[in-house]
Design a protein around this ligand. Sequence first.
Ligand code: HEC
Length: 452
Amino acid sequence: MQNSLLSRRALFGLAGATLIAAEGKRNMIVRSSRAEDLEMPLDGFLESYLTPVERFFVRSHHYTPDVKAAEWKLQVDGKVSSTLALTLDELKKMPRVELVSVLECAGNGRGLYEPSMPGLQWTYGSVGNARWAGVRLADVLKRAGLQAGAVEVLFDGADVPVGMQPEFIRCIPFAKAMDPNTILAYEMNGAPLTRDHGFPLRVVAPGWAGDCWVKWLTRIEVRDKEFDGFFMKTGYRHPGKAVAPGTAVDPAQMKPVTSLQIKSVIASHADGVRAGLAATKIRGAAWSHESPVTAVEISTDGGRRWAPARLGPETHRFGWKQFTFDWTPKEEAYYTILARARNAAGETQPLVQEWNPSGYGHNVVHAVRLHVAASAPAPKSAQAAQAVDTPAVYKQTCLACHGEEGISQQRLSRAQWEREVEKMQRWGARVTPENKETLVDYLHKRFPYRAR
Ligand code: HEC
């Protein structure tokens, strides 16, 4: 997606985020304009059961490739008896499967962690619910003829890295690849995939985080040993347990992110808003991993008492559940509304968010504070931004590969900014020793750490 397609409509108070009307998009928060990362604002959870494609979040590690269907082929190689090169027509002649599934970014909610960490500052909406159609991955692998010893399946797409960034390649374990619900999709909500969602083919790994759902798929490799690329061995890893906030954990001590977490989001009321002393509906959506959501409970008194919400009629195993709770506040007060989902496996959401270094799996019980009053309280005055002069070297050095949104939404300490600048240096940013000081100084004054 080119910058020219983005017309910035309005600046919102979302830590430097903008809302856009990009081509084929409606009302999205820009986390990065190039590479393209777009978040769905809260109202998207309520629009319809299936998230419209123009409201569906977009996550791209590299720039969006323009794949021509006529020139495209899917190669299948590795531990198979015959290497395949399938055209889109050949794939479409194979048995078609359809399923509804939530797709959520592993980092959804990263922007809510305290202390903050680098990475796209998603809040609630890097998630959506769609109907996917395509072929079973297992059918494609069987067509190539599986050999003994397969441990994982690797996916590579047509996107190419920016600068010296490592290539975005992901693998899933062989058992997940052979699961009949793991598909290679060429359609989303009844239409061919759009460019930003991976035209012509993407992985759909229901119940697992979006990093496994590789887009613009061009090659599948069946492997008999673990792949050691950056996005498997360094990126997308979780300690598998809570660690003290702010701890740096060696990637070798962490495991790849796989399953989603059980989670719910209240979408009808934004935190801190005013509501009248009248009947209202608390609405939102809840989802889980391979075990579907069976109940959502609401508390309107900060967790003292809970009552069940009504769930929507849809029963898709991997789809989300929309919920509604009718409520009439008894008196003028400042209410804390909570939502908590439960799944068939009996799991529920934590009351306090535990921390991990890359900010994955945010799923704390969602709390929304409502100021119920007959008349509007005075609006909070906006915090004045700290005035800091922008050095010329910043624009030249830091805005060469991507837009500013991904930088301005970070809240990092000086040491974290230094590590970020060094990472960019390794990925191709031209930073001299003198400029490095200027840049780190500027970045941490302008976009300072958020502790609590
Ligand atoms: C040579 C290209 C290039 C230059 C120049 C560059 N970056 Fe990046 N930057 C990237 C890539 C690639 C990503 C990751 C995109 C993705 O994976 O979504 C990125 C992502 C980021 C992020 C998001 C958090 C993260 O770590 O993924 C921040 C913050 C950032 N860059 C800051 C900077 C700063 C500050 C500068 C100037 C010192 C800079 N960038 C210069 C290529 C570059």
